[in-house]
Design a protein around this ligand. Structure first.
Ligand code: 9MR
Length: 562
């Protein structure tokens, strides 16, 4: 039609709900009006005025807001800014993010170890069985009298962590906690969802079937004394090969306090969740709770066993130089584990270990910041609290909402009007996961207050992830017009298929550029992103980023359609 697509019109590249806010951000244009047209350009359905220019906090570029929230008719549209061109097409309709919610969970199936993925479930990304993980060597850093040097354990299943094929307990911890919380917060939504995975025809919601694949692996990572190995890994990262070719020796490496507590939290939550399926899993809940309490008791006896990979490599061979997930502060892991154990068992002694910690600094969840997962669980089960926990709940709720408001306040003044981007520090390794986790915080605030403003704020970060951002990318593979084609993902890089595996959230803008990859064009915080497979610090995928994306998209679907 002779209309050129302008990458300077930034918007959610999938679309919008009829009754929800709709915003596009126009970058570096001195324009005054915008039009909404049907995507065949045959009809103009709305003419609007762009806001006055403001300056991006990070790049100094100008941005203007096109607010077309009044467009409520179902259809396919584009935005036109006469001096620039047209936006990517988008849709307005109910359940607009249903497929996204599905795909972000289906991604976990693609990450499964120790299983063949037939084309029936994996389409053109089918692949043969690999990584049996039935002969895992106890690393020198993890030997014990009961498991001396040379001991082999079986530790199959689980998900590959990210672009690499290793399996890390700490990162599995927040990932599983997020998925179980999604199920606990919106159980009805998952009665319908069909992920087309091998277990889809059983009586268990698919989200739980998928989580079970990783839970079974996690259970094997507990040592005989209750402590939990930090990770199951090669000594060094694999080259870019498919799983079947990746046959190097794998090790169970050193126990740590943080891994053990994350494990305790997940198992306590799993015990609660699977207790609801006594017919299907007569013994699983009890096994999980036992594993959890044994892990907890180990951590109480060993409160400060850090995972310091440099130190480890000074003492033991072979040297381990894969992902470290090292963390000097285990107070938040204690908080989360105690919370899950308290809610599952209602045993006050767990609460008593953390009841004096409500004044500690709060952070948006990430693999090394899990305190808020505990807050969310208290909020979810607020009506079951007793004793001191019940008395304290108003304080906890108030602290949580105050914290969330500090993230949310001033959104309307930000250049992209998203919760994401309050400060440059939002843009770190895995910033997309951070944005999704901020979205979860907004959902929690919505659940606590029923104030719709928080639901709209959650949506602002979904819009961020799907294109309303400084890079102009939708960070979700296969979801949008401009999406990552070269994620740092061994499965995608080595499979010889042009399209990356669908439904994976790319790490996102990060001016750290730790990979030193050639091709970055800017160091501006919210623009520093490179869709190249060498860019592991901006364009890797990871289970702990997909889980909050799954949460955010499914939560918004569940709440909007009401
Ligand atoms: O997500 C992790 C990020 O917060 C760290 O800064 C980074 C460097 O330590 O590691 C990231 O996690 C990676 C892990 O160590 C190995 N598997 C891939 C993970 C995602 O990049």
């Amino acid at each position: 039609f002779g209309q050129k697509v302008s990458e300077n019109i930034r918007l959610n590249q999938i679309g919008f709900y009829p009754n929800a806010p709709k915003i596009a951000v126009v970058v570096n244009a001195k324009a005054t009006t915008f039009l909404v047209k049907t995507s065949d350009l045959s009809k103009t359905v709305l003419v609007g005025t762009l806001s006055t220019s403001r300056k991006s906090e990070f790049s100094g570029k100008t941005t203007q807001i096109a607010d077309f929230s009044s467009l409520q008719s179902v259809g396919k549209y584009v935005i036109e800014v006469p001096s620039l061109g047209v936006s990517y097409p988008f849709e307005v309709r109910a359940n607009i993010h249903q497929n996204l919610a599905k795909a972000s969970l289906k991604a976990f199936y693609y990450q499964r170890a120790s299983i063949e993925l037939p084309s029936k479930y994996a389409g053109k990304w089918a692949r043969p069985f690999a990584h049996p993980d039935t002969k895992i060597l106890i690393h020198a850093s993890a030997v014990s009298p009961e498991r001396p040097e040379g001991t082999v354990i079986s530790s199959p299943k689980g998900w590959y962590d990210a672009g690499d094929y290793n399996k890390y307990i700490v990162n599995s911890g927040i990932t599983m906690g997020t998925l179980f919380s999604l199920y606990e917060d919106f159980p009805a939504y998952f009665q319908q969802q069909n992920l087309n995975i091998p277990e889809s025809n059983n009586t268990i919601p698919d989200i739980l079937d998928e989580a079970l694949w990783n839970l079974r692996w996690m259970l094997t990572m507990q040592d005989t004394d209750g402590g939990v190995y930090h990770k199951l890994t090669n000594a060094v990262f694999d080259p870019i090969i498919m799983p079947k070719e990746a046959t190097k020796t794998r090790y169970a490496v050193q126990k740590s306090t943080t891994a053990t507590l994350d494990f305790a939290a997940v198992m306590a939550q799993a015990a609660r969740v699977f207790k609801q399926f006594p017919k299907e899993f007569p013994a699983l809940a009890d096994s999980c709770l036992l594993a959890s309490t044994r892990a907890w008791n180990w951590a109480i006896k060993n409160p400060n066993v850090k995972y310091d990979q440099n130190k480890l490599n000074e003492q033991f061979l072979p040297k381990i130089i894969t992902g470290a997930y090292g963390d000097n502060d285990s107070s938040d892991e204690f908080f989360w584990a105690a919370t899950e154990l308290y809610i599952t068992t209602k045993d006050d002694s767990y609460y008593n270990t953390i009841g004096n910690q409500l004044n500690t600094k709060m952070n948006i969840p990430s693999w090394n910041q899990v305190r808020l997962l505990g807050y969310y669980t208290f909020a979810r089960f607020q009506h079951q609290l007793t004793g001191k926990a019940k008395d304290d709940f108003p304080i906890l709720k108030n602290r949580l909402l105050t914290f969330i408001d500090t993230l949310a306040n001033g959104v309307e003044k930000r250049s992209f009007q998203t919760v994401m981007g309050r400060t440059a520090r939002d843009f770190m390794w895995g910033s997309s996961g951070g944005a999704a986790n901020q979205g979860i915080a907004m959902i929690q605030a919505f659940k606590l207050t029923k104030n719709k403003k928080y639901l709209d704020l959650a949506l602002s970060n979904l819009d961020y992830l799907l294109g309303r951002n400084g890079t102009g990318y939708s960070f979700m593979t296969a979801f949008g017009s401009k999406t990552p084609m070269h994620p740092h993902h061994r499965l995608a890089m080595a499979d010889g298929i042009v399209e990356p595996l669908p439904g994976f959230l790319s790490g996102g803008a990060n001016p750290g550029q730790q990979d030193k990859c050639v091709g970055y064009t800017t160091k501006v915080a919210d623009e520093s992103y490179l869709d190249a497979d060498c860019s592991y610090s901006t364009n890797e995928i990871a289970i702990n980023w997909n889980a909050p994306m799954a949460y955010l998209s499914a939560a918004i679907e569940a709440l909007q359609s009401k």
